[in-house]
Design a protein around this ligand. Structure first.
Ligand SMILES: [Fe+2]
Length: 465
């Protein structure tokens, strides 16, 4: 807990008690989990692993993935890759309620080259006008091989609509990544979609940014993302900027492969955008795009935050890759410049929670802010702030770079719980006032929560959790 309790003036006994309590909380910056973890060596699973197997048949669609296709959840973007030729542009789909067959051809097919790699044919098909809370089946492919999947559309947007999000970050494609994804899929809360906080394939950790690792990653996650929406955030491993081999276009593989509905929120870049989903308003930011005053991202966010109607979407969630508050030795203060620019807005607009990745471990911070510091006043210590978001680092998907184990000691007051384990989390919205959050470390059974918190909504129920 933060050491910012206040006490009414009164007896000296109370004053003494206050001192004792204050000393106690100052000494206790939160919990550093002593959990002893065994981990696999952090190596990517070999290309011939079963999780990377390409579907059989000539030009079979692979790497099938879906994400939200409009601002409110009545659209879906279906994406897939065909290896040999473009093939069919059509997505055939029907709702389980009506069974009425439809097809969409609103498909963009793209390819790209990266050094000596040439991609397959990457399809993005946007389907709109879907019924809420409805199971749809869909088919991609052509006469050679057709593959069928399904998804459930999110419920109609509304203030008390329950909805369960999953949270995964920095996943990569190691054995640990596979455990994380399996645990996520078996989570007993049955999360409906993933908020993915950046760093997808880690292809760039291989020589020449071997883009075959982008393909294998797409096949690896298909078992989840072909059936439920993953909401994308770009991390540093999506930049793929590599002048040494003549690759000068940042985010080239990522932007070709993962389409998002950024225009629907008047964004000018797929790297920052927003969606509504059930009772949540989700804002995606780019830690690796300009965000200082007058830049497009700054201007967009400035106009975006006042649009959030908490009577319609009580839960305001922000996703980014680089954490602003972090007490590990890794990437320490890398988020500081963005924090300085945007944090006053987050407090003003009462953001409920910020999820970030980047640090390959887990950390939940208190509701804190550091908005009074102005260089000359010396007030550089974050303070407890009921209007501030809870900051959570969930960069613990299990990628090739291994765990971040070294922490700042002693644990800072702003850090509530930290543990160097891989895992995933869920954010389970019950209604406009309450959401249950829990984090699961990979080494435990799938139903074992290592950290959890009942969130109280900042707009409707802004009491201390
Ligand atoms: Fe990262």
């Amino acid at each position: 807990m933060m050491g910012s309790h206040s006490f009414a003036p009164g007896s000296s006994a109370l004053a003494v008690l206050a001192c004792v309590l204050t000393v106690a909380v100052i000494c206790d910056g939160g919990t550093t989990s002593p959990f002893v973890r065994k981990i696999w060596p952090s190596v990517d699973m070999p290309f011939d692993s079963d999780v990377f197997a390409a579907p059989p048949g000539y030009n079979a669609p692979q790497q099938v993935h879906i994400t939200q296709g409009d601002h409110v959840g009545k659209g879906v973007i279906v994406s897939w890759v065909t290896p040999s030729e473009p093939g069919s542009k059509r997505v055939h789909y029907w709702s389980e309620k009506t069974g009425k067959k439809k097809h969409s051809e609103d498909t963009v097919v793209t390819t790209y080259k990266y050094y000596n790699y040439t991609s397959g044919y990457i399809h993005h098909c946007t389907i709109k006008g879907l019924e809420p809370d409805t199971k749809y089946h869909y088919i991609v492919g052509s006469e050679h091989v057709r593959r069928q999947f399904w998804f459930v559309t999110p419920p109609e947007v509304g203030p008390d609509v329950p909805y369960t999000f999953g949270l995964i970050g920095d996943l990569g494609q190691t054995h640990d990544s596979n455990v994380t994804l399996t645990h996520y899929q078996q989570n007993p809360y049955n999360p409906k979609s993933v908020l993915f906080v950046g760093d997808l394939s880690y292809a760039d950790d291989h020589p020449l940014h071997n883009n075959l690792r982008w393909d294998s990653w797409g096949r690896f996650i298909e078992r989840s993302v072909a059936y439920q929406h993953w909401i994308w955030v770009a991390g540093n491993h999506e930049i793929d900027y590599c002048p040494e081999i003549g690759e000068y276009t940042p985010f080239k593989p990522y932007l070709h492969r993962y389409e998002v509905p950024y225009r629907e929120s008047n964004s000018t870049s797929p790297l920052w955008y927003s969606i509504k989903r059930a009772s949540a308003y989700i804002i995606v930011l780019s830690s690796y795009s300009a965000y200082a005053i007058y830049t497009p991202q700054y201007t967009w966010l400035q106009e975006e935050l006042p649009k959030v109607n908490r009577s319609e979407t009580p839960w305001l969630i922000v996703l980014m890759h680089t954490p602003w508050y972090n007490s590990y030795d890794y990437h320490y203060m890398e988020g500081e410049s963005m924090r300085v620019v945007f944090e006053p807005w987050f407090v003003q607009h009462k953001v409920d929670v910020v999820f970030a990745g980047h640090v390959h471990a887990y950390e939940r911070n208190e509701r804190i802010s550091n908005v009074v510091y102005n260089i000359t006043n010396g007030l550089a210590t974050p303070v407890s702030d009921p209007n501030a978001p809870v900051y959570i680092t969930i960069g613990d998907g299990g990628n090739i770079e291994g765990l971040a184990k070294n922490m700042t000691e002693p644990q800072p007051e702003y850090s509530a719980y930290r543990e160097a384990s891989f895992g995933h989390a869920i954010f389970d919205i019950k209604n406009r006032t309450h959401a249950y959050y829990s984090w699961n470390r990979n080494q435990d059974g799938i139903a074992t929560e290592a950290d959890s918190l009942w969130f109280r909504n900042r707009y409707w129920d802004p009491v201390k959790e």
